[in-house]
Design a protein around this ligand. Structure first.
Ligand code: MYR
Length: 185
């Protein structure tokens, strides 16, 4: 029998991380599958995933702000950049880019080339109306709600629907800046 070479700590952690990521992906897939079984219409599944994401987002923002050391953003551009570069990295292990800004800086696209949620996923023909990753749009909407930004988040492109990348449009509907009981000066 060949001797078993001891693996370095780094190799073990890399392996644990990979297994965790796969478990996360498979668990999400199982949730979507269950919703497809339980609900009659694909649109209801989309709605349910978005709502689940929203409920996660309104809680996740605290963890994000505590762990990321991100300070208050000056505008919506900075906020979307933080989501794409820091938020996606922290919770999904990938980064995204921000493009397609409108003239007044209230609407843009977050483009995702890698998306671990869809590893191993192929949609059957009867699920073509499904927004498989709708949990993500809900997470963003929920997290932004907690920092006083009302948004509408819509999928424009989806690899599972034959597009080359994932593209989420984030539209700022209303920003209610928090008022502080003191003046900075
Ligand atoms: C502020 O101005 O208070 C900072 C606002 C930062 C908002 C960042 C929201 C992070 C959402 C993470 C989404 C991850 C999706 C996988």
């Amino acid at each position: 029998m060949p001797p078993v070479a001891p693996r370095s700590g780094d190799a073990i952690f890399a392996n644990v991380e990979r297994v965790n990521a796969e478990l996360f992906t498979l668990t999400y897939g199982a949730i979507v599958r269950q919703l497809l079984t339980d609900l009659e219409e694909v649109e209801e599944v989309n709605e349910q995933l978005d709502q689940m994401g929203y409920n996660i987002g309104i809680r996740l923002i605290d963890e994000f702000l505590a762990k990321s050391n991100v300070s208050r953003c000056n505008d919506f551009r900075e906020t979307t950049d933080v989501i794409a570069k820091v938020g996606f990295k922290m919770f999904l292990g990938v980064t995204a880019s921000v493009t397609n800004w409108d003239a007044d800086g209230t609407c843009c696209s977050i483009v995702l080339e890698d998306n671990p949620l869809v590893d191993f996923v192929e949609l059957p023909d009867n699920c073509q109306g499904l927004y498989y990753c709708n949990i993500l749009s809900g997470v963003i909407r929920g997290a932004l709600d907690m920092v006083s930004m009302k948004t509408e988040v819509t999928w424009l492109r989806d690899v599972l629907r034959g597009d080359d990348v994932f593209e989420l449009q984030v539209k700022l509907l209303k920003h209610v800046p928090e008022e502080y009981p003191y003046k900075d000066d």
